[in-house]
Design a protein around this ligand. Structure first.
Ligand code: DX5
Ligand code: ZN
Length: 233
C-alpha cells in the first residue's frame, strides 16, 4: 500500500514552557522566544499535581501580551469546570488530563466549539490505547515524558513506546492529530521523541536556561527535523 502523505509529520513545533521563565518579567521573556510556535503555559492547581502556578486571570494577561499563540496545559482537577474558560479567553490550544476528566470527548467537543484546539494529556503511567478510537476528537495528544508538576526533571525513555503506538495509529487512520511530548526535552533527548513519532515538543529549562533561547529553539527544531520518524506506516 502506498504511504499516505502525512501533513501531520511535515511540521515540527517547538513550544517553550514559561514554567522555566522569569514570571516577573514575562514580556521580556516572551521577547526571547520569538521563533517559538506556541508558548506552553502550565496551569497547576495543587490538587492534580503538588504544585501551584497560574490561574485564568494570569493566563488572560499573558494571552493579551503574547504575540505567540498559547498552548495551555491544564494539570488540574475538574477540567470540565475550568477548561472552557481558557478557550474563552482566547488560548489557541487547551489540553486537559485524561486522568482528571470524566467525559473527555464531550469536553474536547466543547473546547473546539469555543474555537480552541482541543488536547488531551496522559501521565507516564497512563495507557493510550483507549484513545485510539477517538483520536480525531482531539487536535493534540500530549504524552508526558516526566511526572507532571515540576520543570527540570529527567526525560523518561520508557514513555517512548506510547508515542510510537500513537504515531502508528495516527498513520493508520490518516489522522491530523499532533503528538506532543513534555518534560525533560532538550538537546540530548529530543531525537528519541522525534524518532518515536512526536511532532510537537515542549521544552522549559532547555530553552529558558540557554543563553540565547531563540538559538536553542533553532537547534532543537533542527534536531527534531533530522531525527523525525520519516515514513509513518
Ligand atoms: C511539567 C510541565 C512541563 C515543564 C517542562 O509538569 O508540564 O511543561 O515545564 O519543563 P522541562 O522542559 O524543564 O522538563
Ligand atoms: Zn506542560
Amino acid at each position: 500500500m502506498d504511504a499516505v502523505p502525512d501533513v501531520n509529520a511535515e511540521q515540527i513545533r517547538i513550544n517553550p514552557s514559561i514554567l522555566a521563565a522569569d514570571f516577573a518579567n514575562i514580556q521580556s521573556e516572551l521577547a526571547r522566544i520569538t521563533t517559538a510556535d506556541f508558548v506552553h503555559v502550565d496551569v497547576m492547581d495543587n490538587h492534580f499535581v503538588p504544585n501551584l502556578t497560574f490561574g485564568p486571570q494570569m493566563v488572560e494577561r499573558i494571552q493579551a501580551t503574547s504575540p505567540i499563540p498559547l498552548d495551555v496545559h491544564l494539570m488540574i482537577d475538574e477540567p470540565e469546570r475550568w477548561a472552557p474558560g481558557y478557550a474563552e479567553l482566547g488560548a489557541a490550544s487547551v489540553t486537559f488530563h485524561l486522568e482528571a476528566a470524566t467525559e473527555p470527548v464531550a469536553l474536547a467537543r466543547r473546547l473546539r466549539a469555543l474555537g480552541a484546539r482541543a488536547g488531551v494529556a496522559v501521565k507516564p503511567g497512563t495507557p493510550v490505547e483507549n484513545l485510539f478510537d477517538v483520536l480525531d476528537e482531539f487536535d493534540q495528544i500530549l504524552v508526558m515524558t516526566v511526572e507532571p508538576g515540576f520543570g527540570g526533571q529527567s526525560f523518561k525513555h520508557e514513555t517512548m513506546p506510547k508515542v510510537a503506538a500513537l504515531a502508528d495509529e495516527v498513520a493508520r487512520r490518516g489522522s491530523a492529530v499532533w503528538l506532543q511530548v513534555d518534560g525533560g526535552v532538550g538537546i540530548s533527548t529530543i531525537e528519541h521523541a522525534a524518532r518515536a513519532g512526536a511532532d510537537t515538543f515542549v521544552a522549559g529549562s532547555a530553552v529558558f536556561g540557554a543563553d540565547d533561547p531563540d538559538a536553542e529553539i533553532q537547534v532543537l527544531r533542527a534536531l527534531a527535523e533530522r531525527h523525525r520518524r520519516s515514513a509513518r506506516r
